[in-house]
Design a protein around this ligand. Structure first.
Ligand code: FES
Ligand SMILES: [Fe+2]
Length: 373
């Protein structure tokens, strides 16, 4: 699969004369297959907060671009990630979330300790050369930032902290380690995964698509080090609630001067946005399923101190409503964009200065694909 070389050259031009990516960047299974191999399976991706998996035996299962994964807290208190399949003939081991003392395969009842080591395997005494130690669960690389859990299928990738660069330091005054996850909605978006993140990193559309919700916004792009990007929407009051709903929670104590100026909309390449307002944190986490289909998980977090408010559930409702409403408004316009990108007459259009992250994110992905040009 090759994309039009002239169109790619135009996409690389400086912003004031660059154009959008070729349609095939968003519409072809071949590009999606390359992205899977060279982007999704090579980089860190976010899978959730750790606090729901706090006690020995607590587990959560997740679907990832590399297949089903199991997060489980061992009897030794250590959180681990494993490929969620049995070493006998590959059944899924656990589903959903819960707590278990042992992992027992639902097919032929091989069993595993919570640290992944093989515990029992009926009727295997005659199997020649069978090695119990070799047949524990297959670990997946896992690292955390402030309780946010990331996985990576690439053994050779840099550490998560190297990937994140100055992100932890720049977000430190929000005290992300005190954030607790309390809300999630998942949207099935019939569009390419990149459209979701491009949209999440520009305020060009907000006065139009979100005219009846968050409305027009002004923003500035901030310099970053590492594999992340940052757009700050300027507003000294939190924009985690709609303009007609006064934020229920006070600003986080000790926010630095920069953080007080507005909400950080970040993208940690390749597939996750963390948004940090003065009083809350929410994420847009994308699970790319196909060139034209993406699961979008929107997750909400508040500082522990806010969640200890006896009226927390009521006070948090305006935040949940805003996050879901704006997410649905975005998915609606992006599904229409995806349809139009399939036009045989499509030609990439010129970008605005407000599309700076759109251009940069496209190039970030493009530069990782082995395309013949
Ligand atoms: S597939 Fe798990 S015991 Fe057979
Ligand atoms: Fe939007």
């Amino acid at each position: 699969m090759t994309l039009d070389a002239t169109q790619l050259d135009n996409a690389r031009d400086p912003l004031d004369r660059s154009r959008a990516m070729p349609a095939g960047f968003y519409t072809t299974p071949e590009i999606f297959a390359l992205e899977r191999e060279h982007v999704f399976l090579k980089n860190w991706f976010f899978v959730g907060r750790e606090e729901g998996i706090a006690d020995p035996g607590d587990f959560r299962t997740i679907d990832t671009v590399g297949g089903p994964v199991l997060l489980i807290r061992g009897d030794d208190g250590i959180l681990r990630a494993f490929a969620n399949y049995c070493r006998h003939r590959g059944s899924i081991l656990l589903e959903g979330e819960g707590n278990c003392r042992r992992i027992v395969c639902p097919y032929h009842a091989w069993s595993y300790h919570t640290d992944g080591s093989l515990l029992g395997c009926p009727d295997m005494a005659d199997a020649e050369g069978f090695d119990r130690v070799e047949n524990g669960l297959v670990p997946v690389r896992m690292e955390q930032w402030a309780g946010f859990v990331f996985l990576n299928f690439n053994r050779d990738a840099p550490t998560l902290m190297e990937h994140l660069g100055d992100f932890p330091e720049r977000m430190a005054s929000h005290k992300p380690d005190t954030m607790r996850h309390c809300w999630t909605v998942t949207l099935d978006a019939r569009c390419n995964w990149k459209l979701i993140l491009e949209n999440a990193m520009e305020t060009y559309h907000t006065g139009i698509v979100h005219r009846d919700s968050v409305g027009a916004q002004t923003s500035r792009s901030l310099e970053t080090e590492g594999q992340w990007r940052c757009l700050q929407v300027l507003s000294t009051r939190s924009i985690a609630t709609l303009p007609d709903a006064t934020p229920s929670f006070p600003p986080i104590d000790g926010l630095d001067a920069d953080a007080r100026m507005g909400t950080y909309f970040t993208v940690v390449h390749p597939t996750c946005q963390f948004a940090l307002s003065q009083d809350a944190l929410w994420w847009l986490n994308v699970l790319p399923l196909a060139h034209d289909r993406t699961m979008l998980e929107i997750g909400g977090c508040f500082p522990e101190s806010a969640m200890s408010d006896p009226d927390f559930d009521t006070k948090a409702q305006p935040y949940y409503q805003r996050w879901e409403r704006v997410g649905r408004e975005d998915v609606d316009i992006l599904e229409r964009q995806q349809k139009a990108l399939a036009s045989v007459l499509y030609k990439p259009g010129p970008l605005s200065w407000r599309d700076d992250h759109v251009r940069a994110m496209g190039l970030w992905v493009l530069d990782r694909l082995p395309l013949a040009t």
